[in-house]
Write a protein that binds this ligand. Sequence first.
Ligand code: BJW
Length: 229
Amino acid sequence: MHIAILTGAGISAESGLGTFRDKGGLWERHDLNDLATPEGFARNPTMVHDFYNMRRQTVRAAQPNPAHHGLARLQKHSQYKVTLITQNVDDLHERAGSDPVIHMHGTHLVALCAACAHRWPAPARMQPQDRCPACGDGVARPDVVWFGETPYHMDEILPAIAGCDLFVAIGTSGTVYPAAGFVELAREGGAETLELNLEPSDRASAFHAARFGPASQVVPTWVDELLSR
Ligand code: BJW
């Protein structure tokens, strides 16, 4: 059985990383047009770097929670082929032992040259005057996918979703495309679909089944059930 899993900010919430759209979430406190678009970065790179510097520091101090560990256990279990796709820019899946992890929205632990696309480990503090170590000229930015940009690894993700037997979305509000449309793609390919979330997401009615509660509880329980089959 091939299981394709899509994770969102909710899986890292109990590790202390803020979500985007919950009450008190990042987009309630900040304007996404300023912080998560290439235009916002061009207008005010200092503000955007400060935002990601702060979040990078929070991620480095955070630890994976039982939901990340549960998925790593599932992925290592040879009975299932597991494709793990995350919208998150943290590395908590990797630190829980998952491998591979497909980061469709990039990672803020990596810096990207806006001119030549060279990548290197992001320093703790990125600044507008940082230049690319490869071409020496291009502006350094966080290697994350902002609105209006093309998500990464779509050539790998779309066939995995379309060809899986079970599609599971965990801790994502289902408001951001193309990820929000993956449930339909999976259903068109004949997959069963399951939502694991704190509460019904915007796309809840598109799934065959759902379980609600904190990811740290719901995910390990679901994994244990699968592994005991
Ligand atoms: C818990 C929990 C707990 C809490 N346990 N659960 C009009 C219609 C359709 C599309 C568009 C449109 N206008 C524009 C678009 C396109 C646009 C888009 O979707 N806009 C919508 C807002 C309308 N999309 C894009 O621009 C994307 N690019 C694109 O489409 O390119 C075209 C293309 C497509 C396909 C192939 C080729 C080309 C790019 C989107 C980039 C998104 N970037 C961000 C920032 C990344 C860097 C960073 O982190 O700062 O990605 S925005 C932000 O949202 C981040 C997230 O990955 C993403 C999704 O958020 P997520 O993970 O769902 O978090 P929340 O906060 O929304 O939800 C948390 C959930 O957890 C909630 O449900 C809670 O209940 C739950 N939860 N605690 C379990 N303890």
